[in-house]
Design a protein around this ligand. Structure first.
Ligand code: UN1
Length: 499
């Protein structure tokens, strides 16, 4: 079992076997709450390993494509049941390598379970269209057709949920997979892979290559045998992925940054909005692409909101996510912590008022981890860098505004478009907001985080490139439409001419 306390050496999963990386280099998976704890050692794979994995996926494709989807689904269903049985162990493993609190890692594993059951159900659906032909004795339909080898590159903040968001729809549609998980959280992907293997996934259908992005992710992008790529991560890396996919016309799905907002109107249930802002801003230490890193509050309730919100944030307990008393865990690694520290300086220098937090925590129980205080800037101008740029850490910027129209233009005045929320009791305002907010996800009276697996997930502008994951939208990415005409008239019938 992967939960053993002694550090274990892990391998890649290629063609149904656990194999060493060619180069023999390793990456240490350490606990961000206590870097003395070595969770495991994972291969630092390179181009050759990726090539082997793609070859295995390519070789397995034809048989998997021809396996009836309901049969593919049985394997996924079985995998979901194994995940349910191991949820607690896998959640603990995830907290140890990722740092977020146990309630949240349980949610992450649950999200993987939900997605796996959902896509198992799609084994008996994957509906296409039938439609009348314009000609007599002719049948017309559009069916979903798999694409080939799917290259998946996943982040560390949802180490089991996001790999499952990508792998499950890819598999149910009949593709085979090469997955490169984030180097900070490989154990959770290892656990997921183990489950799929035990559930009976044939060799080569899912291959996992551990390592750093430039070494183990990039080689997938220009491999001619990879038909589609799905990437979740930063906008900067997303651009590189997109450009690398262009020469070979790979279908490419990008899920990137966010600068999500909670709008609090004067008529809102203020306590509910505060609770939502705390959860949306500091859940997962703000390390979600959906994190509510901006809160815009109408001036009638602004002072009252700030007072109560700041008090709530100051009371948050930061620590080891395995401790039930902890509200917020560490940042994932030193670099992420340094980014947070840098933005606290930037915010202070540009005149935002530091109202809570603002410092690294590095003594006592925090001495061995990448902890930072939950931090709130108030009286912010929407154009400040702390209100424009994604920080991906526990920093929330609070912005006062006058009118509903001001709130919408502040909300839309960023280059990202993932998630937005409005707290109001006015149904007209709620509906106008859902129409006018330029984001892929809108919440009314709930924070910006908390997407469910059976609805489309993704964003506009610099957040995405027009595709969505999760829900039925995922099937559109992981399959291609094939339009089929069957003429049973026994004569040549010319469309547009003979009808
Ligand atoms: C992410 O931050 O990359 O809606 C995904 C949410 C989660 C998924 C977040 N269900 O916050």
């Amino acid at each position: 079992m992967a939960t053993a306390s002694a550090p274990k050496i892990f391998r890649n999963y290629i063609n149904g076997e656990w194999v060493e990386a060619r180069g023999g280099k390793v990456i240490e998976d350490r606990n961000p709450a206590n870097t003395d704890e070595l969770v495991g050692m994972f291969p630092a794979s390179g181009a050759e390993d990726v090539e082997r994995a793609v070859e295995a996926a390519k070789a397995a494709y034809n048989k998997w494509r021809l396996t009836p989807a309901p049969k593919r689904a049985e394997i996924l269903f079985h995998a979901a049941e194994i995940l349910v049985a191991r949820k607690e162990d896998y959640s603990r493993d995830m907290t140890r390598e990722m740092g977020k609190v146990l309630a949240e890692t349980r949610g992450d594993v649950q999200e993987a379970i939900d997605m796996t059951y959902l896509m198992a159900g799609e084994g008996r659906r994957q509906f296409g269209h039938t439609t009348p032909s314009e000609l007599p004795d002719k049948f017309a339909m559009a069916v979903r057709s798999p694409i080939g080898v799917a290259g998946l590159i996943t982040p560390w903040n949802f180490p089991m949920a996001i790999p499952s968001w990508k792998a499950m729809p890819a598999l149910i549609c009949g593709n085979t997979v090469v997955l490169k998980p984030a180097e900070d959280t490989p154990l959770s992907t290892y656990n997921l892979t183990q489950v799929l293997a035990e559930a009976g996934l044939p060799p080569g259908v899912l291959n996992v290559v551990f390592g750093y992005g430039p070494d183990a992710g990039a080689p997938m992008l220009n491999n001619p045998d990879v038909g589609l790529v799905s990437f979740t991560g930063s906008t900067e890396v997303g651009r590189i992925v997109s450009q690398a996919c262009a020469p070979t016309f790979k279908k490419c799905h990008l899920e990137m940054g966010g600068k999500n907002i909670i709008i609090v109107m004067d008529d809102a249930n203020l306590d509910l909005a505060i609770e939502g802002a705390v959860w949306g801003g500091f859940g997962t230490s703000g390390q979600r692409c959906t994190a509510a890193s901006r809160v815009a509050v109408q001036k009638g309730v602004y002072r009252q909101f700030v007072e109560k919100f700041v008090a709530r944030v100051k009371a948050l307990k930061v620590g080891d996510g395995l401790d039930p008393a902890t509200h917020m865990g560490p940042c994932i690694n030193e670099q992420q912590l340094q980014t947070v520290i840098k933005y606290v300086d930037i915010g202070s220098a540009e005149g935002a008022k530091l109202s809570a937090g603002g410092h690294r925590l590095e003594t006592g129980v925090h001495a061995r981890g990448w902890f930072h205080e939950p931090t709130v800037f108030t009286d912010c101008d929407p154009e400040m860098r702390v209100c424009q740029e994604e920080i991906f850490g526990p920093v929330v910027s609070v912005i006062p505004f006058d009118s509903f129209d001001d709130a919408i233009s502040i909300a839309n005045g960023v280059k990202y478009g993932l998630s937005a929320a409005i707290y109001t009791r006015n149904v007209n305002q709620a509906f106008r907001a859902q129409r006018d907010l330029e984001t892929g996800i809108v919440y009314v009276n709930a924070p910006t985080i908390g997407a469910e697996t059976h609805l489309p997930f993704g964003g506009t502008k610099n957040t995405g490139n027009g595709h969505r994951e999760a829900g039925l939208a995922a099937l559109d990415f992981y399959s291609e439409w094939k339009t089929v005409y069957v003429d049973y008239s026994d004569k040549l019938q010319r469309a547009q001419i003979d009808n």
